[in-house]
Design a protein around this ligand. Structure first.
Ligand code: IPM
Ligand code: MN
Length: 351
């Protein structure tokens, strides 16, 4: 029987609460089995030690089969410090270049969009996850003077751009849904990086004549995610545009609490990382209000990536059944149950 060693980084805020339910779902499977090792990296750890990740920490995590991640973000520490010292270094160090964010409207959830029912929205955003607008390049001059200057440079490499676009086409083939890839840019205003992206997209699409293509500007795409989400299949975007679009795709499927995310290193030379799209939501800490389903779906993505498609399907089925039955759900989707009660219901269904 397969066994996996999972590095668990619960992190901040509601991270530990949702990770707990994700672990429960995985442990409810009769196979495969798991060993979870907790890494206490978080804002609290930073307050105690001055670091988010201890010396050599990433080398240690490199030996695990996957990383199961909760959230990072703290009321007292500026976000650019928490994020640039914990989650972004993990994505970059392990070259998790393909951020996969499915947006699926489950039967039984009310979309804020009128007239949409289960399955009407079924898209996946492929977000470039290692460079682009998130490249850590820039600087500040003459700080705290009237002459202050801030420069933040986006970096688009051929290697980085081509591989995420190629992954999007491969994903469209794997999904066998609409066989379509939509590329998102802003090449009308950003004449270097985004025109370059368009050119790479046009080159790569030649290798996939079976896949329909479409190119949209980010502003129009944001509108179309609201106006005609049912037309999308695979959507590929740069780091920042993908970040923005995936908050829209999360809300149109009824709740941020239903949106999972995978940060994949498709070469499998380093571990991939699986997390909910929602963040630390510290206003919800300890109240049992947070929806664990995004994290449970991230757990399903994790084991599917590890090759356990049957076990992944079991978890997905449990989630779909829980939502369709509409009895035990958290307040974000109109229920009155707690985080733990939802997790228990998923465990019961898996078992
Ligand atoms: C996300 C988050 C992160 C991002 C933050 C926390 C750095 O918004 O995973 O979407 O922008 O990538
Ligand atoms: Mn985001």
């Amino acid at each position: 029987m397969s066994h996996y060693n999972i590095a668990v980084i619960s992190g901040d805020g509601v991270g530990p609460e949702v990770i707990n339910e994700g672990k429960k779902a995985l442990q409810a499977l009769s196979a495969p089995t798991f060993t979870f090792t907790d890494f206490g990296w978080s804002s609290d750890y930073y307050r105690q030690t001055g670091r988010f990740i201890p010396e050599g920490g990433l080398d240690e995590v490199a030996n695990y089969d996957a990383i199961f991640f909760g959230a990072v973000g703290d009321a007292e520490i500026q976000d650019h410090i928490t994020l640039n010292n914990l989650i972004l270094p993990i994505r970059r160090r392990f070259d998790q270049y393909a951020c996969v964010r499915p947006g699926y409207l489950y039967d039984g959830v009310q979309s804020p969009l009128v007239g949409k029912s289960g399955g009407d929205i079924d898209l996946v955003v492929l977000r470039e996850n290692t460079e682009g607008e998130y490249a850590d390049v820039g600087g500040r001059l003459y700080q705290h003077t009237n002459q202050e200057v801030a420069v933040q440079t986006a970096v688009f490499t051929r290697h980085g751009t081509e591989r995420i676009i190629r992954y999007a086409f491969e994903e469209a083939r794997r999904r066998q849904k609409k066989n379509k890839v939509t590329s998102i840019t802003k090449s009308n205003a950003q004449g270097y990086s985004m025109v370059f992206w368009d050119e790479v997209f046009q080159e790569v699409e030649k290798d996939y004549p079976d896949i329909e293509t479409e190119s949209l500007l980010i502003d129009a795409a944001a509108m179309d995610f609201v106006r005609r989400p049912e037309d999308f299949d695979v959507v590929v975007a740069s780091n920042l545009f993908g970040d923005i679009l995936t908050d829209i795709s999360a809300v149109i499927i009824g709740s941020m609490g239903l949106a999972p995310s995978a940060n994949l290193n498709p070469s499998r030379q380093s571990p991939s990382m699986f997390e909910p799209v929602h963040g630390s939501a510290f206003e919800l800490i300890g109240k049992g209000l947070v929806n664990p389903l995004a994290t449970i779906l991230a757990a399903a993505m994790m084991i599917e990536f590890l090759g356990e498609s049957d076990a992944g399907a079991l978890i997905r089925q449990a989630v779909a059944d829980n939502i369709r039955e509409n009895k035990i759900r958290t307040p974000d989707i109109g229920g009155a149950s707690s985080t733990t009660e939802v997790g228990d219901d998923i465990v019961r269904r898996i078992g």
